[in-house]
Design a protein around this ligand. Structure first.
Ligand code: ATP
Ligand code: ATP
Ligand code: MG
Ligand code: MG
Lengths: 256, 256
């Protein structure tokens, strides 16, 4: 039974890619077989896992537009049980090219249905917008992770995202478990961070993950290309926090 | 002579809104008349300037689709010489609704041509994407400010943005002065930050602003809604840095 988890937020820079790459890595190191799908035309997850985009024969764009097969597009990564469907800048074209396609929001869901048998988890990284790519990511998901950064505009971003999720749940994906909120860039010294956590727990209760992802400058700075933290420093706070998140996700389990 | 400056980057969370709101405020306090246009459907600049979106009669979406006039849409702000064209979530609809319009990338440029006489500067905040809204922001601009955060994926984000700017300069806006790079969230203690500044200055030379915007947790945290720093604390590093940036922008002048 494969679980599809999409990491989504229209707010930029909240840690979507950092979460998708590190959660996928932690699950893979726990011997689950994982596919990470990069649905962001920026392709940060693809660079983060060390791919050279110029040498890729095909990418998610080719799959979404029916010009390639999954078999030739899935890439190996430095982690044994982690595979990647890479993205390139051409993915921006999907927003225009799929406008006239019937069920344009379900293209990814149909694609992942063909891949599900081979994986325990499929994680999807999405772009900072509410366009067709994010709609596809939410429509294809069994569960959502919504990173919330400790900063201004955060609560408004959550409300906007939750509104869109409800619309998609009703119209496109009734089986979707609503979004789980993940607090990122948490710094206990900063009053807004602890206030934000209290506000979120007060309003959204259990849907907020227990795990708080701490701001960890040492590691992200060292890993210029945003690779998995566990490959750089097993003892880093970022590595520890994402292992803890993986344990929470495993407890959610396919039976949730 | 009005100068239109668009703040753009497809990378999320790099400080586009913080830059647009604070640069606009610093120019307005220097007695230039300034219009800030919020072209991001998230509407963070609109909330940051204290607007209640539910009470707005019209917004940028209504202007772009010809359903309202600028006169009824321009809002006053807490700063005398600063006016705002606010955004609401409906702005997401532009990407779909304008697809069939001729010259869909020039809708904002035509709109601002009607407003130019009344302002010294028009600043545009844009969303973290490379869709129609960002294309409109770049096509309408005389000059661009491209915030670059000290973090991973930054250089790749700059390259992707500069590529798009060149395409728009050739096809849609030959008068555009290329992008000026603004380093944000700068922390001199973090090696990647100083390395990033050296790399950018090495590759892009004069186009990198002298001003570095320091990471200033005290202020952004206090200003939960992301209002102008100068209204919260005139002595804060963030306030000082954006006044310095305003002085550099004023030196660029309309004659540049
Ligand atoms: N826990 C953390 N501690 C410190 N820095 C972090 C942390 N998580 C993410 N970052 C940094 O914050 C920036 C934004 O993170 P990331 O790119 O993962 O966000 P995103 O939501 O995927 O951005 P986008 O909206 O552009 O897709 C990056 O520079 C990253 O290195
Ligand atoms: N100089 C600074 N020091 C500390 N925090 C900052 C600074 N500039 C911005 N921030 C914080 O970083 C986060 C991102 O900033 P901002 O929202 O301005 O970026 P953006 O590029 O407009 O994001 P988006 O891509 O979602 O539009 C916010 O929480 C903001 O408070
Ligand atoms: Mg990302
Ligand atoms: Mg913004």
């Amino acid at each position: 039974m494969t679980v599809v988890i999409s990491v989504v937020s229209q707010k930029g820079g909240v840690g979507k890619t950092t979460t998708a790459v590190n959660l996928a890595s932690a699950l893979a190191v726990s011997e689950r077989s994982v596919l990470l799908v990069d649905m962001d035309p920026q392709g940060n997850a693809t660079s983060g896992l060390g791919m050279d985009k110029k040498r890729l024969l095909s990418s998610v764009y080719d799959l979404m537009t029916g010009q390639a097969e999954p078999g030739q597009t899935v890439q190996n990564t430095p982690i044994r049980f982690l595979k990647l469907l890479p993205a390139k800048m051409d993915l921006y074209r999907t927003e225009f090219e799929l406008t006239a396609t019937a069920h344009k929001e379900r293209v990814l869901a149909r694609l992942l249905n063909r891949l599900k048998g081979g994986y325990d988890y499929i994680l999807v990284d999405s772009p900072p917008s509410l366009g067709l790519l994010t709609f596809n990511a939410v429509t294809a998901a069994d569960a959502l992770v919504i990173p919330v950064q400790c900063g201004c505009y955060s609560l408004e971003a959550v409300e906007q995202m939750m509104h869109v999720v409800r619309v998609i749940q009703q119209r496109l994906n009734p089986g979707l478990i609503a979004g789980r909120l993940l607090v990122t860039l948490f710094d206990p010294q900063v009053p807004l961070c602890t206030e934000l956590v209290d506000t979120l727990r007060g309003r959204f209760g259990e849907t907020v993950f227990d795990t708080l992802i701490a701001r960890d400058e040492t590691l992200t700075q060292a890993g210029k290309y945003g690779g998995p933290a566990l490959l750089q420093d097993l003892d880093a706070p970022l590595t520890r926090d994402y292992f803890q998140l993986a344990r929470e996700v495993l407890k959610m389990g396919p039976e949730e």
